[in-house]
Design a protein around this ligand. Sequence first.
Ligand SMILES: CCCCCCCCCCCCCCCCCCCCCCCC(=O)SCCNC(=O)CCNC(=O)[C@H](O)C(C)(C)COP(=O)(O)OP(=O)(O)OC[C@H]1O[C@@H](n2cnc3c(N)ncnc32)[C@H](O)[C@@H]1OP(=O)(O)O
Ligand SMILES: Cc1cc2nc3c(=O)[nH]c(=O)nc-3n(C[C@H](O)[C@H](O)[C@H](O)COP(=O)(O)OP(=O)(O)OC[C@H]3O[C@@H](n4cnc5c(N)ncnc54)[C@H](O)[C@@H]3O)c2cc1C
Length: 669
Amino acid sequence: MEAGGAGEVDHLAGERATAQFDVDHMKVAWAGSRHAVDVADRMARLVASDPVFRKDNRTMLPRKELFKDTLRKAAHAWKRIVELRLTEEEANLLRLYVDQPGYVDLHWGMFVPAIKGQGTEEQQKKWLPLAYKFQIIGCYAQTELGHGSNVQGLETTATFDPKTDEFVMHSPTLTSSKWWPGGLGKASTHAVVYARLITEGKDYGIHGFIVQLRSLEDHSPLPGVTLGDIGGKFGSGAYNSMDNGVLRFDHVRIPRDQMLMRLSQVTKEGKYVHSNVPKQLLYGTMVFVRQTIVADASKALSRATCIAVRYSAMRKQFGPQTGGPETQVLNYKTQQSRLFPLLASAYAFRFVGEWLKWLYTDVTHKLEAKDFSTLQEAHACTAGLKAVTTSATADGIEECRKLCGGHGYLNSSGLPELFATYVPACTYEGDNVVLLLQVARILMKTVSQLASGKQPVGTMAYMGNVQYLMQCKCGVNTAEDWLSPAAIREVFEARALRMAVNCAQNINRAPSQEEGLYELSPDLLEVAVAHIQLIIVTKFIEKVEQDIPGEGVKEQLRNLCNVYALYLVHKHLGDFLSTGCMTARQGALANQQLGKLYAQLRPNAVALVDAFNYTDHYLGSVLGRYDGNVYPALYDEAWKDPLNDSPVPDGYREHLRPLLKQQLKLSRL
Ligand SMILES: CCCCCCCCCCCCCCCCCCCCCCCC(=O)SCCNC(=O)CCNC(=O)[C@H](O)C(C)(C)COP(=O)(O)OP(=O)(O)OC[C@H]1O[C@@H](n2cnc3c(N)ncnc32)[C@H](O)[C@@H]1OP(=O)(O)O
Ligand SMILES: Cc1cc2nc3c(=O)[nH]c(=O)nc-3n(C[C@H](O)[C@H](O)[C@H](O)COP(=O)(O)OP(=O)(O)OC[C@H]3O[C@@H](n4cnc5c(N)ncnc54)[C@H](O)[C@@H]3O)c2cc1C
């Protein structure tokens, strides 16, 4: 079929011709290195060219078929990984481009890291080779029906029996049933189970245990183990490919050496021994995953913005009153003011994710050397950035759906499934509100220590500049003044610090610290968000200050950085004004500058999303096609729906025909 006569293919080519920068170099800036671009490109094409990895029919598959398809894809991916001797980097990219949540995510993302982080050397030697070769499949069984956020409230017990040198795993109540772990329902043979350790009659709190759940012969649940899937989830396709599971134990015995004993041990005699390390290291796997979730946020948001930008560039509605061609919807200022901040956010999250990965690696090295001084920083940054980036990404994907008008609501746009798959990221690995309150508590502690002269470090170092930041005045006089990184940084620092100090003062007025924290928790959330946004803005500014090769690349990144920062100023103007960080006039100038930045971004928009280098397979959207040839694709896609298998639908004879015949009789009356 011919395109609808609007010349869409040429349209995107024209868009690409207006770019004022070298897209190839922007791909490098986005991916991190030339090597990263090449590997990602190779893996994306490998997946796209393999019929087993087809996913265009996914939202139409019934759950059982979808799950079987996930098993097939995972097994095929593994076969290719082994046959092609892919490196870990390549294998992980392959997993990314297969783009179907499944047990492998939890096996590699949580089961293996939990054993690495919490297992002794012997335990690692025993279990990791089995996991690396997929001779066992593992998951991370922490959350229960009754408790998820409150980890210390978990009820599953692991009671040591010195007579047999075993732990007895038991689910004493309905609410102690493990509930949610991915891969648990149908695929896993093993789990790292978090349970209350009881020995010598004393409850020592939550610890991790490796427990075999299913037979390695026929995959049936072992005696005393009840297992199942917890049921269908939000959306079609989407996270329904994952077997989130339920697990109950009825006095299941495991050898003592299956307690993960790196942080604490139980001796043969039943003595509990805690190594001289912070107990929060038990939460290390969550910290690791939160860091990967921040990196994933930029992937999901960049996918959505890529679809919305390309579609908005080809879609036309209305036109000048004087006549002439219709207007590309991307030219509407409202479309730009909704879409460009999301595009800028995708870049911002990419760079802060890169920095967070560095921080995580640095903290891990320090922990290995028994230096625990940066544990709090790692917790605050991973928890806060996870919360802020996932919330903004989930909202952003939904905004992109609306930006694509009616067609955005079709499954073939890719946006409904992307949203449904993505949105649980706001809940899993820590509910975003719960995580932001953790950050806020750390900020309150830091403020309370300022008076004693203790200098905050890391991302909180700016709080040490309290004398200046509490009274400084924003020096912006013209819209262009807002292009100064120093001016931007200062207002974000002043806003974050003043909000934190105000909140701390209000808490101090409460009858007790606990009551204050409780009453002011809505304000605390905003304090945490302001601090985390400061980190994202700062890391973006630092990125732009680096040496970035490629014609025009640095300029585009600077533009995106300014869009991101000034969009936040506009969105949170109330914070900036109420804390006296800027005047209403300066707020208006920021908005004026933002409009100018959008106009500069406009000719580069399509090229900026091309720099993500996504294949049409990975995007999975007829609206986001690289060639912009949207209408024929939309039209063809509709005919693939099973509802169109026959011109007359199933059910006609039973339900439509009698009705229509009856109406006929009535009309004859
Ligand atoms: C196809 C084949 C391919 C093969 C490919 C092969 C290659 C593979 C490559 C690798 C692939 C990688 C893939 C990754 C993909 C990952 C996908 C993941 C999908 C998501 C799954 C989701 C899983 C889950 O959801 S798991 C469950 C998560 N649960 C939670 O997050 C619970 C949230 N609750 C908590 O974290 C806590 O309970 C908390 C913090 C809210 C409260 O805890 P607690 O009551 O103990 O503490 P407090 O009293 O509040 O605080 C005490 C003290 O501790 C400090 N603190 C708290 N937490 C931490 C921490 N984490 N770290 C450090 N410190 C912490 C806190 O600040 C307090 O400090 P004080 O100084 O005492 O004040
Ligand atoms: C798709 C998906 C996959 C998952 N995979 C796994 C997995 O592999 N392994 C695993 O162990 N778990 C998994 N989980 C569970 C997940 O980690 C928990 O659901 C998550 O940590 C939130 O906990 P909750 O369900 O107990 O929420 P709740 O804590 O019950 O939250 C309910 C509401 O209460 C609020 N709230 C709770 N506490 C506070 C507080 N202190 N102050 C203010 N408000 C509060 C929350 O903000 C929220 O609005 C998964 C969940 C999902 C959705």
